[in-house]
Design a binder for this molecule. Structure first.
Ligand SMILES: Cc1cc2nc3c(=O)[nH]c(=O)nc-3n(C[C@H](O)[C@H](O)[C@H](O)COP(=O)(O)OP(=O)(O)OC[C@H]3O[C@@H](n4cnc5c(N)ncnc54)[C@H](O)[C@@H]3O)c2cc1C
Ligand code: SF4
Length: 501
């Protein structure tokens, strides 16, 4: 524990951000770094609790009190070693993790939680600045070849770990650049893409091979992979978006959020946003901008919030965000006690930039003009009833609330239902679970097909970057056991135990 009285002396402070007025004019990140003194004070707040619930809150089992202590003592290499023992990519989670660790922080019972996510980002950025992050030399190759399909955080974590175990890893990615949703879903203003490139360079230098524009099941044969590799990890994500099949869905101006977001990320990368439109259904055949339009984002989650931020940068005339569910409570209720992850009202940095957020609204129709362009939405208010556990359980439309609002661009951000079956999964013949995700237990990560494993959103359904990294790591251990009979790759419990004793 760095400073025994730290939590009494200092309160939670987050780093400053560039002003809203300034940052909506570009797509760059806008969260500044802490000055040295502030970082020291924030790490000093950690109480090194006897039972650190934050470990459990973090899906990676990050060893948080120990790295906070090292940061307080300015032992940067030690802090980096502790952090990287459980997390391959803290530069991603330190920027975009919703930080379930912080909602489990013991200090959070009666004070604002430790700023764990920010401290994590500082440790890794200082480690890169000081040259601690170097490609690890793999001493002995096993002669076993592993194909990882998909280069999102799950595929990258699996590839990194399997490479450390000595296997020869090739990552196949159907997009033109690696990174999965980090690259083409999450906007640059949350995660600039040089951050991904910097990590890919380390992985390449360590020996991982990346093959982009390689769509397994389309231009890369599934049978070739089965024949040539000793194991395959499916990490293709959950990519089928939930649709809203109401009248007018086909109008010009109604798009999936990912179609809109991917275009902008490509523009930022100075790539053609329309390339491959003829063969890929999630690429629109024409440029879509929110500029001067009344934008309605349908869906209240992270993806929706990213559409809000992007629309504001396009200079939309207005940005409204609808959510079907009722307004969440501001604070924990009896049904969401500490240290569970609370479903409370979250205001993202994109919301700070301006959006009219409305809850308990259903969209009944998209209304078009004579040329087939969207011009309005027919919406209605909902009245929700809650079940005994406090969760909203059923709704009815409020009588007389139906109305029409102007809207020239509607973005559907209602989540993803399951991975794409056609192509890769169909040709492999993998079994699916009841939610149509690839079936494999969280203990084994093994599908019904011999030597084929799966991790990330493709297995657990739409989730978070931190879960994808965790799944990639745990899956790699299972693949290593399959290939080598045993594995030296540590589980998160083993790492936590190591630091505890
Ligand atoms: C807009 C948006 C914003 C988000 N924001 C956040 C956030 O702020 N914080 C957070 O924690 N999470 C966020 N998420 C969720 C997070 O991005 C995902 O949970 C995470 O990326 C899943 O990782 P993954 O590796 O399982 O899959 P993905 O990141 O989806 O990667 C899968 C990759 O596999 C490739 N692929 C699929 N099939 C094939 C094939 N047949 N051949 C070759 N390649 C293939 C895909 O092209 C893709 O690149 C967001 C999601 C979206 C859509
Ligand atoms: S990865 Fe996410 S949950 Fe884990 S310590 Fe970092 S911010 Fe917290």
């Amino acid at each position: 524990m760095g400073k025994p009285t730290g939590f009494l002396e200092f309160t939670r402070e987050l780093p400053t951000k560039r002003s809203v007025e300034e940052r909506v004019n570009d797509y760059n990140e806008f969260v500044n770094r802490y000055p040295d003194e502030k970082l020291n004070q924030q790490s000093a707040r950690c109480m090194d609790c006897g039972v650190p619930f934050c470990h459990n809150g973090c899906p990676l089992g990050n060893v948080i009190p120990e790295f906070n202590d090292a940061v307080y003592r300015k032992e940067w290499k030690e802090a980096y070693d502790i952090l990287s023992s459980t997390n391959n990519f803290p530069e991603f989670t330190g920027r975009i993790c919703p930080a379930p660790c912080e909602t489990a922080c013991v200090l959070g019972i009666n004070q604002p939680a430790i700023a764990i996510e920010e401290i994590e980002k500082h440790i890794i950025e200082i480690a890169f600045d000081k040259g601690f992050v170097q490609p690890k030399k793999v001493n002995k190759r096993t002669g076993k070849k592993v194909a990882v399909v998909g280069s999102g955080p799950a595929g990258l974590a699996a590839a990194a770990q399997l490479n450390y175990a000595g296997h020869t890893v090739t990552v196949f990615e159907r997009d033109d650049q690696a990174g999965g949703l980090l690259r083409y879903g999450i906007p640059d203003f949350k995660l600039e893409k040089w951050v991904i490139d910097r990590r890919l360079k380390v992985l390449e230098d360590e020996g991982v091979t990346f093959k982009c524009n390689a769509n397994v099941g389309v231009n890369v044969s599934v049978n070739d992979l089965l024949r040539e590799y000793h194991a395959i990890v499916l990490a293709g994500g959950s990519t089928v978006p939930r649709d809203l099949n109401v009248p007018g869905r086909d109008l010009k101006g109604v798009y999936f959020a990912m179609q809109f977001l991917k275009q902008q990320n490509k523009r930022n990368a100075k790539l053609d946003p329309l390339a491959n439109a003829a063969i890929e259904s999630n690429i629109l055949p024409e440029d879509v901008f929110a500029t001067g339009k009344n934008v309605v984002v349908i869906g209240g989650g992270d993806t929706g919030s990213d559409c809000v931020g992007t629309s504001n940068r396009h200079k939309a005339a207005s940005v409204t965000q609808f959510e079907l569910m009722p307004t969440p409570p501001k604070d924990r209720t009896a049904f969401m006690p500490w240290p569970t992850y609370p479903m409370t009202l979250k205001t993202s940095s994109s919301h700070e930039e301006g959006a009219d957020r409305k809850w308990a609204i259903a969209t009944k129709e998209f209304i078009g003009d004579e040329n087939g362009n969207l011009k309005a939405l027919k919406i209605v208010d909902l009245e929700w009833k809650s079940s005994e556990d406090g969760r909203p359980s059923s709704f009815v439309e409020r009588e007389g609330s139906e109305r029409i609002i102007p809207c020239e661009l509607a973005l559907l951000a209602m989540g993803f239902v399951n991975p794409q079956y056609v192509g890769l999964l169909e040709q492999l013949g993998v079994e699916l679970d009841e939610r149509k995700n690839v079936k494999a237990t969280e203990k084994e990560y093994k599908t019904n097909i011999n030597k084929v494993f799966t991790a990330g959103d493709m297995r657990r359904g739409q989730s978070l970057v931190v879960w994808a990294i965790s799944e990639g790591r745990e899956c790699a251990r299972k693949v290593d056991e399959f290939l080598s009979g045993t594995s030296l790759l540590e589980t998160k419990d083993q790492t936590a135990t190591f630091y505890a004793i």
